[in-house]
Design a protein around this ligand. Structure first.
Ligand code: AN7
Length: 410
């Protein structure tokens, strides 16, 4: 029997390999490396059938989320999001199997709720009083909601005037203390990292290993629902926590015998904020930061991704690809999803679909199965929605409105 078999779950530095007790409050290693949670082998007794006896939300996979048994779970039923078949777009493109995993249906409207449910549960277990995050808007909305539910104080640091209205309104509703910084997300993250190292706050950005434990569950759900591993998973990449989490989840499924093969990752960035695409092309392991990232997809307007190195490794291991899309292509894909499928997503999420459209036949073959992760709801960014053209007819009264309808339908 391997000595490792009954080794406890543990925190391991992704840089130097140093190990720590799982329940330590620590976020980074003394060497500066990010920490990752490693599961022990007892999970190898798991099966899809045992998962499927439970409700379809992220807590179906509780056995793979190593929170202590007596943790109070701070939940709003996150996860269990719909995997929507794309009828029209796939038919139009001649794609065999194309699905949208609609993360917009999470409690605060984005995939961030998965990581926050787990990480706020852990913060609460630690007895933390104040949590903080830097954010382009979704992390801050989600953290504020879950922190309030746990009666913990939320503090958010956001780039001034660069957060979409829907997201900002959410954190106002939750009453998060808000610091709006002149600068971008990368500067905001610097603030949170410094405050964390001074012991002022407990950070809930995706450098926190517990966030990753929650976010990996989207990979479990995709395989669970499809009943197979798709050929491709496409997703937008900003700070690169999500793609790192998804790859970690997939590797765990393989390790524990729950899948035999792994999908390729199609990682999509906006062309004005694409440090990882550049690094991928140049064959670099560590990305070079971009000083002034710019894109209409404000969620992924990030120049110095904290998990960039992990993301590059994940995409390479998967034999996938990093690609960039232009803002016009993002807007076109957003419109396509809305007007051909009825699926409303925010611009960052549309980037994943724009990416697939760009590389169809070159990188993604039409006979392959593809799942695009729609990370956030359309209501997050009402300004971009309102910039699409549509037909507006004004009527002064009821008779005139009925007259317009008559004209339109005859
Ligand atoms: C809709 O909220 O970084 O690569 O601060 O909101 O894990 O960063 C948001 C990121 C994709 C990219 N899609 O995920 C934040 C934040 C949407 C997002 C991403 C984000 P990561």
């Amino acid at each position: 029997m391997c000595c490792d078999e009954y080794a406890p779950n543990r925190l391991v530095c992704t840089k130097c390999g140093k190990e720590f007790n799982l329940l330590e409050k620590r976020i980074v290693c003394d060497c500066g490396g990010l920490l990752e949670i490693r599961l022990n082998k007892s999970a190898s007794k798991l099966s899809w059938n045992s998962f499927r006896k439970r409700k379809f939300n992220l807590w179906r996979y509780r056995d793979l989320i190593p929170l202590p048994k007596d943790t109070t779970i701070i939940t709003m039923g996150e996860g269990g999001t719909p995997l929507i078949s794309s009828f029209s777009i796939s038919k139009e493109l001649g794609l065999n199997e194309f699905f949208i995993k609609f993360e917009g249906s999470n409690p605060t409207g984005s995939f961030k709720d998965r990581g926050m449910s787990v990480a706020v549960s852990f913060a609460n277990y630690l007895g933390v009083k104040v949590v903080a995050c830097a954010s382009t808007g979704n992390t801050s909305s989600s953290m504020s909601a879950y922190a309030r539910r746990a009666r913990i104080e939320p503090v958010i640091v956001v780039p001034k005037n660069k957060v979409a209205k829907g997201k900002l309104s959410q954190s106002i509703l939750y009453g998060a203390t808000t610091i709006a910084i002149e600068g971008n997300f990368d500067n905001a993250l610097e603030v949170v990292l410094r405050a964390s190292s001074l012991g002022l706050i407990y950070p809930l950005n995706s450098i926190n290993p517990w966030r990753i434990e929650g976010q990996k569950t989207v990979a479990f759900e995709i395989v669970d629902e499809l009943n197979k591993v798709p050929d491709w998973i496409a997703l937008p990449v900003g700070n690169a926590g999500n793609i790192s989490a998804i790859w970690k989840g997939l590797l765990e499924l393989k390790e524990f015998g729950l899948v035999k093969k792994l999908p390729k990752l199609l990682a999509v960035q906006a062309s004005g904020a694409a440090p990882l695409v550049n690094a991928f092309r140049k064959g670099l392991e560590v990305p070079e930061p971009i000083n002034e990232p710019e894109t209409i997809a404000t969620a992924i307007r990030i120049g110095n991704p904290a998990s960039g190195q992990r993301a590059l490794k994940a995409v390479r291991e998967s034999k996938g690809c990093f690609i960039s899309v232009k803002d016009e292509e993002i807007i076109r894909a957003q419109k396509l999803l809305a007007r051909y499928e009825g699926i409303g997503v925010e611009p960052a999420s549309a980037a994943a679909v724009a990416g697939i459209l760009n590389v169809l036949e070159d990188i993604v073959r039409k006979d392959e199965s593809v799942v695009a992760i729609a990370t956030g709801h359309a209501l997050k960014d009402p300004d971009v929605n309102s910039s699409h053209e549509y037909s507006l007819l004004n009527a002064l009264n009821i008779d005139e409105a009925v007259g317009l309808l008559r004209k339109l339908t005859t």
